[in-house]
Design a protein around this ligand. Structure first.
Ligand code: TYM
Length: 342
């Protein structure tokens, strides 16, 4: 983890679209919990406004948002220690995003690879929100003056854009107001790949459910998916270099390292020379022991949706104590007349 000489304010978010998977867990959620354990000020968000950049069924969106909150808590986030929020309940995110839409340049947005991937061949038919997505993401972070943002590798370009927006805003208005945020992309789990194809990212949108492990999968399903995971015929190497052109082997070792809080080097010391027939059962046991308690706790929490809603309402109140003054200061800087007292 990066060394800092001040108390960091950590912000990150996850979209409430469909199931959380092992990539979200290792690349983000588990690391959110690590930051919480370091007594950093931590704010974690269910980004429902980002979710609607592509069409969402309203009933499913509500369910997924609550389920994501349950997943946050089941994985170890404590709503007393971390501020847990639903993006649409903290209106300053969207308000600052508008300001950033006016700071960011069209050319910057056009370079975003995730927009190109998500919009596909028919970019003219994509929503304007999908195009402006990274400006809202920058607002999420900067409306808290957050300093550190733990994410998986796929968010790197968006975080660079958040830095560009902060730099341009500060420059255009001659201020030193928004911090230049530090992306935190560290550890073995920041790029978990598909179990069916080690060159493709594990993702919610993959048509094959066998390509990912969902946080809602039971022990049998996890075991089946790992047993079926694509591999090659060779034994595991004892050195990291031996994984360089073996995408699937590398992925499974990375997953093992991420789940077991180990470096890939240390894992290979233990498993180097083993065949997959021996390694896969070890991975099954580890994955089930780490994931099953989360799955069970998530299901239990989902039976108390009123509690989840209260946690989100309380989170929004705590968040707004931070975001409202920062938005007001932003408006002052750019010349918006403040509302006069009656
Ligand atoms: P989202 O919802 O796609 O993913 C949530 C987090 O999970 C990470 N992740 C992965 N990590 C490792 N391997 C994978 N296969 C994998 N798939 C997903 C993502 O990198 C991410 O950290 N735009 C963001 C949400 C967001 C956000 C923010 C994040 C909105 N505002 C502000 C940080 C700060 C997204 O769509 O993540």
């Amino acid at each position: 983890m990066s060394e800092t000489s001040f108390t960091p304010r950590v912000f990150s978010g996850i979209q409430p679209t469909g199931n959380l998977h092992l990539g979200n867990y290792l690349g983000a959620l588990k690391r959110f919990v690590d930051w919480q354990a370091m007594d950093a000020e931590t704010i974690y968000c269910m980004v429902d406004l980002h979710a609607i950049t592509v069409w969402q069924n309203p009933t499913d969106l509500q369910k997924s948002t609550r389920e994501l909150c349950a997943g946050f808590i089941a994985a170890g986030l404590d709503p007393e220690k971390s501020i847990l929020i639903n993006q649409s309940q903290v209106p300053e995110h969207a308000q600052l995003a508008w300001v950033f839409n006016c700071v960011a340049r069209m050319g910057w947005m056009q370079r975003m690879t995730q927009f190109k991937d998500k919009a596909g061949k028919n970019a003219q038919n994509a929503s304007l929100g999908l195009f402006a997505y990274p400006a809202l993401m920058a607002a999420d972070i900067l409306v808290y003056h957050a300093t550190h943002v733990p994410v998986g590798e796929d968010q790197k370009q968006h975080l660079e854009l958040a830095r560009d927006i902060a730099t341009k805003f500060n420059h255009d208005y001659g201020v030193d107001f928004f911090p230049i945020t530090e992306p935190v992309i560290e550890g073995a789990g920041t790029r978990v790949m598909s179990l069916r194809d080690g060159t493709k990212k594990m993702s919610k949108s993959d048509v094959s459910d066998a390509s990912r492990i969902n946080l809602t999968d039971d022990a049998d399903t996890i075991a089946k998916k790992i047993r079926k995971a694509k591999t090659d015929p060779d034994a595991l190497p004892s050195e990291v270099e031996g994984l360089s052109d073996r995408a699937e082997a590398k992925n499974l070792v990375n997953i093992y390292a991420g789940l077991n809080n180990q470096s890939v080097e240390d894992v290979l010391v233990d498993v180097g020379g083993k065949q997959f027939s021996e390694f896969k059962p070890m991975l099954v046991e580890l994955a089930v022991s780490k994931m099953s308690p989360i799955t069970t706790e998530m299901a239990r929490l989902m039976e108390h949706q009123d509690e989840i809603d209260k946690i989100l309402a309380r989170g929004a109140e705590r968040a707004r104590a931070i975001t409202a003054p920062i938005l007001r200061q932003t408006y002052d800087i750019i010349g918006m007349v403040p509302p006069a007292p009656f």
